[in-house]
Design a protein around this ligand. Structure first.
Ligand code: ZN
Ligand code: ZN
Length: 108
């Protein structure tokens, strides 16, 4: 079974920390998480092409609200007014930037 977050919290003004029920801890930088949004406004549904450009995401971006959706995702409302982003736990786990996860994904 896939891991689920046991705790989601803001870490200072720039990061979000998720503690998973398998003990793993993920720390995401706010702009990276905002950029990874896969909603229909950010990603073209039919082609999968990302509409949002990385430079469109301000460094000061931060969540104003984080809400669990069912038992599979987190909805994040951002201070740029974007509120349609739903991040599934699987997606969040894939986005984890820690060394262990990067190694598993074969990223430098
Ligand atoms: Zn979005
Ligand atoms: Zn990780």
């Amino acid at each position: 079974m896939a891991a689920m977050p046991s705790e989601i919290e803001k870490l200072g003004a720039r990061e979000i920390k998720i503690t998973w029920d398998d003990g793993h801890v993920s720390v995401y930088r706010n702009p990276e998480l905002r950029f990874a949004c896969s909603c229909a406004l950010c990603v073209e549904e039919t082609t999968g092409v990302r509409r949002l450009r990385r430079e469109q995401v301000p460094e000061e971006i931060a969540p104003t609200a984080m809400e669990l959706v069912g038992n599979y995702a987190v909805q994040i409302t951002w201070n740029d007014g974007h509120a349609t982003g739903i991040y599934t736990y699987d997606h969040l786990r894939q986005l984890c930037p820690c060394d262990d996860c990067r190694r598993i994904r074969g990223m430098p």
